[in-house]
Design a protein around this ligand. Structure first.
Ligand code: TYM
Length: 373
């Protein structure tokens, strides 16, 4: 029996069985019918959707029902500023940007400096607030539309957030928080309260508009437990339940069972990595290669267990025929891991160079995006 896995908003361990996870969380699979329905509005499908990486949802059909009736949704997603951004974090944001562009809908982007202060060993709240501003540069670099995007940091927008947080907190018992998140008596009470804050932006677009607005949350499936809590109380507060569209978690460089992790920098490529550091990490990545070149030429390699191939699939082979070619030459033994890593590193180098240039330019644009009390 494979080792069990754990997925919570704060911990992902083991090799995740995503079908089993959907069963545990009670989310639906993104199927062909849903993809066809999305494509009717977007004209094409983003590779992250087509390749099954945005694989699961809650109430996406309802979001489209409302949209087709002329009731536009708002997007909501977020970031917990604990460190620099890695490429895995960008997966939901690149996709969110695509949704924003295709549906022309507003995006509410929450940055939870309070959360990371409560959950990490920051001595001072200012530490996570400082990282928040650094992370905002990456968000702006992703290319969200400033006219349609509001970014807010919890501690700087709390007067707007708190009335909803108070109403939500009253409807979540300690026993629910324990059951959903696994808290015990040793957790600080900020941690226990926090889920109320992450729920707030599910209703904020409605408060802002003065009428109920459907909200769609594109994000990693690890965040779903928060929104399960939100959905249970939404209607009691007079709002719609938020819908979700969830991505799988991009694995770390050291094997598919390792999530890309900030606390283990060798597993992740960061938005601000130098080309040299990035190339070194990719050179050390885990692959599905054979013990010797001779054996690999003869038997081929295995992309199904390979971190490098996963990187191509998520972000670095936007064209399907190119991805198919990487896979075919890998399985046949024509492609060797060293060359394949170098080819990936060339793509990543281009991606990082563009991102880092946009990131520098973003320094003067923060005020176009950030809203405060
Ligand atoms: P955070 O900062 O841990 O993660 C930000 C977003 O990145 C996703 N993610 C990944 N996606 C693909 N591959 C990975 N390896 C990977 N690692 C992380 C997360 O699922 C998330 O979508 N509490 C939240 C902040 C938050 C939020 C939200 C997130 C507040 N409101 C609404 C999503 C939606 C957090 O700490 O995310």
């Amino acid at each position: 029996m494979p080792e069990d896995f754990v997925v919570t908003p704060w911990e992902v361990t083991g090799e995740v069985d995503y079908d089993e996870l959907m069963r545990r969380f009670g989310t639906q699979a993104v199927d062909d019918a849903l993809m066809a329905r999305i494509k009717k509005h977007t004209g094409d499908l983003h590779p992250l959707l087509e390749r099954g990486l945005f694989f699961s949802h809650r109430d996406m059909n309802w979001i489209l029902d409302e949209y087709e009736k002329g009731n536009k949704f708002a997007l909501y997603t977020g970031r917990g500023p604990s460190s620099g951004i890695h490429i895995g974090h960008m997966v939901p944001w690149i996709f969110t940007r695509w949704l924003q562009e295709k549906f022309r809908v507003p995006l509410w982007f929450q940055i939870t400096d309070d959360e990371k202060f409560w959950f990490r060993d920051f001595e001072k709240l200012e530490e996570s607030n400082k990282i928040a501003y650094d992370n905002i540069l990456d968000l702006i670099a992703i290319g969200f539309d400033p006219k349609l995007t509001k970014i807010f940091i919890d501690t700087e927008y709390i007067r707007h957030l708190y009335p909803l947080a108070a109403q939500i907190a009253k409807r979540v018992t300690f026993s629910t928080a324990k059951a959903v998140f696994g808290f015990d008596e040793s957790f600080n009470i900020g941690q226990i309260f926090y889920t109320a804050l992450q729920s707030v932006p599910c209703f904020l677009p409605s408060v802002d508009a003065g009428k109920n607005v459907p909200v769609l949350i594109p994000c990693g499936i690890d965040q779903d437990p928060h929104f399960r809590v939100t959905r249970d109380l939404a209607e009691r507060l007079g709002y719609y339940k938020p819908a979700g569209l969830y991505n799988k978690l991009m694995p770390g460089l050291l094997g598919l069972q390792s999530k890309m992790s900030t606390s283990r920098p060798e597993t992740a490529i960061f938005a601000t990595d130098t080309e040299k550091a990035m190339r070194k990490k990719i050179a050390n990545a885990f692959t599905g290669g054979r013990a010797s070149v001779e054996e690999q030429r003869r038997l081929g390699a295995n992309p199904d267990i390979c971190s490098v191939f996963a990187y191509y699939t998520y972000l670095f082979a936007p064209k399907d025929d190119y991805l198919a070619d990487v896979e075919r030459t890998c399985r046949s033994g024509e492609r060797l891991c060293g060359d394949c890593k170098k080819e990936l590193a060339d793509h990543v180098a281009k991606f990082l160079a563009t991102h880092q240039e946009r990131r520098e330019k973003a320094r003067d644009r923060i005020e176009e995006f950030v809203i405060r009390d």
